[in-house]
Design a protein around this ligand. Sequence first.
Ligand code: ATP
Ligand code: MG
Length: 419
Amino acid sequence: MWVMKQSQLFTKTKKESPSDEVSLNAELLIKAGFINKEMAGAYSYLPLGLRVLNKIINIIREEMDAIGGQEITMTALQERATWEPTNQWDDSIVDVWFKTKLKNETELGLAVTHEACMTKMMKSFIQSYRDIPKYVYQFQTKFRNETRAKSGIMRCREFIMKDLYSFDVDEKSHMEFYEKSKVAYKKIFQRAGIGHLTYTTFASGGMFSKFSHEFQTITGTGEDTIYVDEDKGIAINKEVYNDEVIKELGLNKETLVENRAVEVGNIFTLGTRFSDALDLKYQTESGESKSVFMGSYGIGPGRLMGTIVEVLSDDKGIIWPLEVAPFKVHLLSLGEDETVIKEAIILYEKLSSVGVEILFDDRGDISAGEKFADSDLIGIPYRIVVSKRSLLDGGFEVKKRTEKSGKIVKLEELLSMFL
Ligand code: ATP
Ligand code: MG
């Protein structure tokens, strides 16, 4: 479905902000009818919201496929035995588990993440150096019993994550992919419209690398603190920010600027932590048995969507970047005049026949003022107004969501704008 009549849409915009939300993203997304709150930290995606989420997912999918990713989907139900070898079943070590039981009392966990499951699964497919490198990813539901869930869709207790896992022969081969993934991540955030605010950020690593990397988007409401080098386009997370690291990265304390930010993605060198513990080995060319060298690469599409709303909205509502917008055009027909309605329908049909994604506000009982307000709230990139006035002026009024006023455009010109 790439076109939709607003009169048919079951969701409605709300005049009042929800009283139980403190975050801007939840407030706007609920008011505009993109999401519905089921409980704190758990949101349903409604028709408009799902369209945005799917567009974000598709951007991520394209960029993961472009660097050799193969998509799968794993189960949310997980076995205790999978997480015991790395000592991650214990609630005192991983404190966000949701756990459940089979009828026979066998314990199960709801996916917090998938490193161990993925490692275990790949044992069936990786035996020889010829079988790797391999890059496997999914968009899959994670469950985390987060203490604070006040950031709308940016921190949920149930959320979709894109998690990719890399399987390489050694660190050198791993690092080549790791660097490619950084470029892919930059492209994703660029395409999602927040590239200019998103910094590759040095964060704490693990046993196998000094650093991991986070992709942090500057926003006053962010939970993290980062130190940005504007010229180099990189940043340091507070947890690793010290004189030694600043020097090591060739940065200058004087030019680093402290900012609040939200982590929209991260990449991590896992090394052989999981492959050692779960016995994922391959035979080298000379017949030696070695542990597979791994990495993990996460992005939360919902958190990314929430972040876009946080950083790109204005006092009237959301401003969707073109590539993630629910529709490209919001067509408004004003008034009950028959010619206006007829012209609007003709335009709607013409544009939809050439594949332009349109939301058509064909509602008859809504004032022009309300239609404008709803359009600003929903935040579709282009607004086209058909009214008695616009027809008298010679056509249709086209305005970008980011512009103050529109201009009158004739039908042919309009069609060529969107082809
Ligand atoms: P944070 O530090 O913000 O808690 P994390 O480091 O635990 O996140 P990962 O486990 O690495 O996050 O998850 C990968 C990505 O999934 C994150 O970069 C983020 O985009 C997203 N994500 C993590 N937790 C949540 C959540 N509770 N709700 C929505 N998205 C999330
Ligand atoms: Mg983190």
